[in-house]
Write a protein that binds this ligand. Structure first.
Ligand code: ZN
Ligand code: ZN
Ligand code: ZN
Length: 445
């Protein structure tokens, strides 16, 4: 198997987990913001702050990150404007002349004198002698059609522009900055609720998953969550949980897939998992299927030797994990000078060991194996077939081939071969291809 790369998404931090747990339990349902202009943000989620003992900013960032991970759904609540310079929400709109920006303008009914093109507000035309254009001095006469009303308009006292719509700008009451409407920052604020489609997955993620990982770690496994592994086909696969334990004699890998569906898991998802794991070259497969499997998927799992853990199995397994079956295995370097030393080593690692084991294979043939070791770690029973061959010269392909055949026939896929005094080049290559761990030793006591 290629080395896995962990691709764990930014894990839910403790506070976010607590919030999700409260929401799953129904203690918190709808999360609604409160507008509060005494604060810098202008809004807050006081219930969340209280429950999680965080400040307003932290509460918002937790909610946003949960929404970004599609755990919470957001519903639009309101939009707040912020000063782009100091972030304050204390903004006051003010109106300005679109031509020169001055705030000094008047509103009124405007008229235009057509001959001289002067535009002004009504009062500018009013004199003692009636309506007179202040620009050209001619009297306005409606009957000659030489002026017309423009309706309600604004006139700037600074640049004399007449306009229909003043421009809105926002004055920050904190830092004084004046910002045009299109430059002001907008912040949408939301209500949040749990995405019910994620409930099953979250319920697993929150508790049993970490317990399962703990269970594996206590049994000496190194655990990678969301492992990305390159398969033999060259494709990259994501495995929910990858557990690997190096016993010195072999490295034992378990691929664990997690399928949490609102409904029962079907065949398609099983195929998908089985294909990935096959491509990676792991033969111990566990599928956590919550709530459970459909019948046809169950049959497929049996045929493909996929161990399925449903809700009940998982509960039983994790409950049994409480009193630890084996004491913490101390890390000891793997070395042996004799067969009996090797057997002692395996026994210390919790293996049951049979020497010169007689085993009937699937073909019906009886095989004799130098060492057959088995270890039940509560989740899976691991078998190791160990072959020992001693000769006066490097052992050839035939010996390794024989051993591999035997192991295959009895269905043991963790294989180790001890060759005294060593292997020929082609035998070594074959062993590597068949994933047999080879120990070439000069002599064995
Ligand atoms: Zn005029
Ligand atoms: Zn102006
Ligand atoms: Zn400001």
């Amino acid at each position: 198997m290629n080395k896995p790369v962990s691709n764990t998404p930014p894990a839910l931090n403790e506070k976010a987990m607590k919030l999700v747990a409260e929401m799953l339990a129904g203690e918190i349902t709808d999360i609604r913001p409160q507008l509060d202009f005494t604060t810098e943000m202008g809004f807050a989620y006081p219930a969340i702050e209280q429950t999680l003992k965080v400040n307003a900013e932290e509460a918002v960032s937790i909610l946003e990150s949960l929404a970004a991970q599609d755990i919470l759904k957001e519903d639009f609540f309101d939009r707040l404007l912020h000063c782009p310079r100091c972030r304050s929400v204390h903004l006051r709109p003010s109106t300005h002349c679109p031509q020169c920006g001055s705030g000094d303008f008047a509103r009124g009914i405007a008229s235009k004198h057509v001959p001289c093109e002067f535009s002004g507000l009504e009062e500018e035309f009013v004199t003692d002698k009636g309506h007179v254009c202040p620009k050209c001095g001619l009297e306005l006469r409606t009957s000659f059609g030489n002026y017309h009303s423009l309706g309600l308009m604004y006139k700037c006292h600074n640049c004399y522009e007449v306009f229909s719509q003043p421009e809105i700008q926002w004055r920050c009451l904190k830092c004084g900055t004046l910002t045009p409407q299109n430059k002001v920052s907008e912040v949408n604020i939301y209500c949040y609720r749990l995405d019910e489609a994620k409930r099953g997955w979250l319920e697993f993620e929150l508790k049993p998953k970490s317990q399962l990982i703990e269970f594996l770690k206590k049994r000496g496994y190194e655990v990678t969550e969301n492992a990305i592994v390159k398969g033999r086909s060259g494709a990259e696969h994501r495995i929910d949980i990858l557990a690997a334990r190096d016993d010195g004699i072999v490295t034992h890998d378990i691929a664990i897939g997690v399928k949490v569906a609102g409904d029962e898991i079907g065949l398609g998802e099983m195929f998908d998992f089985d294909d990935k794991v096959y491509d990676i070259g792991i033969h111990d497969k566990i599928l956590v299927a919550l709530p459970g499997l459909r019948t046809e998927a169950e049959e497929f799992a049996r045929r493909q030797r996929i161990k399925v853990l449903e809700v009940k199995d998982l509960e039983t397994l994790l409950a049994s994990a409480a009193p630890q079956p084996d004491k913490e295995i101390e890390r000891e370097p793997f070395e042996f000078k004799s067969k009996s030393q090797l057997i002692q080593y395996l026994k210390r690692r919790g293996y049951e060991v049979k020497e010169n084991a007689e085993v009937k294979g699937r073909s019906g043939a009886a095989h004799n194996l130098d060492i057959l070791a088995a270890r039940d770690d509560g989740i899976i029973i691991q078998h190791i077939a160990i072959g020992i061959e001693v000769s006066g010269e490097p052992l050839g392909l035939d010996k390794v081939f024989d051993f591999d055949n035997k192991a295959y026939d009895i269905g043991t896929l963790d294989k180790a071969f001890i060759a005294v005094p060593g292997l020929t080049h082609e035998a070594r290559q074959f062993a590597q291809r068949q994933r047999i761990r080879v120990f070439e030793v000069k002599e064995l006591g």
